[in-house]
Write a protein that binds this ligand. Structure first.
Ligand SMILES: Cc1cc2nc3c(=O)[nH]c(=O)nc-3n(C[C@H](O)[C@H](O)[C@H](O)COP(=O)(O)OP(=O)(O)OC[C@H]3O[C@@H](n4cnc5c(N)ncnc54)[C@H](O)[C@@H]3O)c2cc1C
Ligand SMILES: NC(=O)c1ccc[n+]([C@@H]2O[C@H](COP(=O)([O-])OP(=O)(O)OC[C@H]3O[C@@H](n4cnc5c(N)ncnc54)[C@H](O)[C@@H]3O)[C@@H](O)[C@H]2O)c1
Length: 464
């Protein structure tokens, strides 16, 4: 039997963006439903931000234990990593975080929740699971993204996995080949290696995380390659399956051809927005070359239509806090439609939870026009506090507008980058110049004194 629901706002996807959109629509006095096809709990809590950071925390504990001798502190006896206990904590704590989200969903009235996969019949009509028709005067697309798995990797059969599968493990495997030295590959690859898993990390075209500054990228490549097999420009000769193992022949960093067997191959080669099966061809909205709706970055409206798109689905800034902000903007504008307003856009910030951490704030090097900016630099190798703590690996570039002295952005790898990134993002959002940033306090001895060195270098170049 088919059912029809008439509603002001329909939100597709109960992830971070979708839940924020639903709440914003309700707050603005509209009736709304949120449609979810998969499990409740959000990508971030179930298979993203939180379980990955839990795995990294275990890896950091193991790494710290192995590196105490330089301080004269010796761990006598064996360091034993119990893979089952590691995964048990990852999953237990992950389930706790998921539980918070699920409880939030339980508080949404039953009549506002629709279970099933939605697709467009036209701009304002959705069909869910072929048996529920939703007539909504406005729609928010908040369908998230999924791992993009290159076709060639399917030769590995059931040895091929994505991030979701890692967080379902009961025990750590013996070996994993990771394809993709982006954010996910770096975080998970390094963590698994530190937990005693044999890891080989292969990339294409030399990319390292999100870095676009060639000097920082090559420093980062050197640092990671010192720790485990890390080749962002790998030469893979053969990929296949032998028995229950994946088999890969590649050229190692010494130029030798080697063949190795792996328990798993983790594809971390990027993510694709979940828009392909939405029936967008039935709407009047314009799509870009990748099939993603063309939308206004400030209002999240698709053209002049009553359709809005938020979070990973729009493929611009696939990060948790951006999904939450965008969801709120999209839900608010769906409620206000046709009188849409710009939503909050914060200074851009990105952090990779590798060790050393990688961070990006504001404009990326690749987005800057040659001759229009100066670069301030600091190496963390001789930076006081970093050396004290033996965390003295890192290189930072800060960019400043050559005419106005305004801080534009930064890319770096180094200790406690997650904290420094916030200082820089807040400075950027306040529109500070390099001189104004140098007028701020720097305690002694802290890692931020390294940032001050980079800012002073930029200041000197601005005034040369
Ligand atoms: C391993 C990993 C680590 C990460 N770490 C971080 C981090 O440390 N920090 C950070 O900021 N970000 C991190 N991210 C990114 C972050 O998780 C995402 O940016 C964020 O979760 C996106 O939220 P969303 O609401 O857009 O999508 P989601 O939370 O994925 O929600 C989309 C929902 O839509 C549903 N859906 C899809 N299609 C339909 C349909 N047709 N009908 C009904 N429902 C549908 C899906 O089932 C899903 O529940 C990480 C991501 C991964 C994968
Ligand atoms: N700490 C965080 O905030 C965090 C953590 C994880 C994920 N995320 C989000 O998730 C998004 C997706 O992460 P991701 O790591 O999947 O994507 P990504 O775009 O960061 O990295 C993909 C990498 O795979 C490489 N690649 C592509 N095809 C390949 C192939 N055939 N063989 C080998 N390498 C190949 C690319 O060159 C790139 O280096 C990120 O952009 C980020 O926004 C954020």
């Amino acid at each position: 039997m088919t059912k029809t629901i008439e509603i002001d706002v329909a939100v597709i996807g109960a992830g971070t963006a979708g839940l924020a959109a639903y709440r914003a629509a309700r707050m603005n006095g509209k009736s709304a439903v949120v449609i979810e096809g998969g499990p409740y709990g959000t990508t971030c809590a179930r298979v993203g931000c939180m379980p990955s950071k839990l795995l990294i925390a275990a890896a950091e504990a193991a790494h710290e234990l192995r590196h105490t001798a330089a301080f004269g502190v010796h761990v006598d006896g064996q360091i034993r990593i119990d893979g089952r206990e590691v995964m048990d904590r990852v999953k237990r704590e992950r389930d706790r975080f998921v539980g918070f989200v699920v409880r939030g969903v339980e508080n949404i009235p039953a009549e506002d929740k629709v279970v099933g996969y939605a697709r467009f019949v036209d701009n304002t009509t959705l069909l869910v699971n072929e048996d529920i028709t939703i007539k909504a005067s406005r729609v928010v697309i908040a369908t998230g993204s999924s791992p993009a798995v290159p076709e060639a990797f399917h030769v590995f059969g059931d040895r091929l996995i994505v991030n979701d599968d890692v967080f379902a493990w009961d025990d750590l495997p013996g070996s994993v080949a990771v394809f993709g030295p982006g954010v996910i590959g770096l975080e998970l690859g390094q963590a698994l290696s530190r937990l005693g898993v044999k890891v080989r990390l292969f990339g294409v075209r030399g990319g390292v995380g999100p870095l676009s500054d060639p000097a920082i990228r090559s420093y980062a490549k050197k640092v990671f390659a010192e720790e485990f097999h890390f080749d962002p420009d790998a030469k893979i000769i053969k990929m296949g399956r032998e028995g229950d193992k994946a088999c890969i022949t590649y050229v190692n960093l010494q130029g030798e051809e080697v063949t190795e067997h792996f328990d798993y191959v983790l594809s971390a080669a990027g993510r694709t927005p979940n828009v392909g099966k939405l029936g967008l061809e039935n709407t009047g909205i314009e799509l870009n070359a990748r099939g993603v709706p063309v939308f206004d970055a400030e209002t999240l409206q698709c053209g002049t239509s009553p359709i809005f798109i938020a979070g990973d689905a729009n493929n611009v800034l696939p990060l948790l806090h951006e999904a939450a902000d965008e969801g709120k903007t999209a839900g608010t504008n769906a409620a206000l439609y046709p009188h849409v307003v710009p939503g909050l856009r914060r200074a851009t910030i990105g952090v990779v939870f590798s060790d050393p951490q990688i961070a990006m704030v504001g404009k990326r090097f690749i987005d800057l026009r040659e001759g229009s900016f100066v670069t301030g630099e600091v190496s963390f190798e001789d930076q006081g506090r970093s050396r004290v703590m033996l965390k003295n690996k890192g290189l930072m570039h800060v960019y400043a507008d050559a005419d106005t002295g305004m801080f534009l952005g930064a890319e770096w790898i180094g200790p406690r980058a997650e904290n420094i990134a916030h200082t820089l993002a807040w400075s950027l959002q306040q529109g500070l110049t390099i001189g104004e940033m140098l007028d701020m306090p720097f305690y002694h001895p802290v890692i931020e004194e390294g940032l001050r060195t980079a800012l002073r270098d930029a200041f000197a170049k601005l005034n040369a």
